[in-house]
Design a protein around this ligand. Structure first.
Ligand SMILES: [Fe+2]
Length: 196
């Protein structure tokens, strides 16, 4: 478990951090996330940037979250996620933080949800479109449009994605499905797996 800023080294790390820093310096949320999507697409295709080998190793009983970098100046957090065949998330939010996510390797199915109504701890959602994202694609989540699931639907391939969060995301809210499109909220800690 990583409890403070990680110091994970990998080829191209300086290029990687400089590209993200430049995007984050853009100012407002839409400009930042748009610049980050472009930066992330470029980094995924940049042969000089090679993520640490550990990100290609799935963990048997859960998808792996390995924090690769946290910016001392800007506070953003970069997490690599490794999805074994069939691994995925329940419906969840992002604690109000913006996030840009890119597929580094393999393919992921991302489904967005729209919040229709809330009654106490019960929430009703409607699926609002899904996509299969392949290597080199990147998308952003900007609250309040932050509800989604991610799944590796491949029967035999590992997928790796990179997530740049506005700040460290140590917990979020998950939604457990009930009848009729309703879900019950539960808070969830998001522990980090050891990187490298
Ligand atoms: Fe997410």
């Amino acid at each position: 478990m990583e409890s403070c800023c990680p110091a994970v080294d990998f080829p191209g790390r300086a290029t990687f951090v400089a590209a993200i820093d430049a995007a984050v310096a853009r100012g407002d949320t839409h400009a930042v996330t748009s610049a980050l999507r472009q930066a992330l697409c470029g980094l995924i295709r940049d042969p000089s940037v090679e993520l640490p080998a550990c990100v290609h190793e799935p963990i048997t009983d859960h998808y792996a979250r390995r924090e690769l970098y946290r910016s001392p100046a800007h506070g953003y957090s970069v997490v690599a996620m490794t999805w074994g065949p069939g691994q995925g998330t329940p419906l969840h939010d992002h604690s109000g933080l913006w996030c840009v996510e890119g597929v580094w390797h393999g393919e992921l199915e991302i489904t967005q949800y729209e919040l229709l109504e809330q009654a106490g701890d019960r929430f009703r959602f409607r699926g609002a479109g899904g996509m299969h994202a392949g290597p080199g694609s990147a998308g952003s989540l900007i609250p309040p449009h932050e509800y989604h699931t991610i799944r590796n639907t491949s029967p035999d391939q590992v997928a790796v994605s990179l997530h740049i969060y506005q700040a460290e995301m140590a917990c979020c809210t998950r939604f457990q499905p009930q009848a009729g499109g309703w879900y019950v909220r539960e808070s969830a800690a998001l522990p980090a797996d050891q990187a490298a």
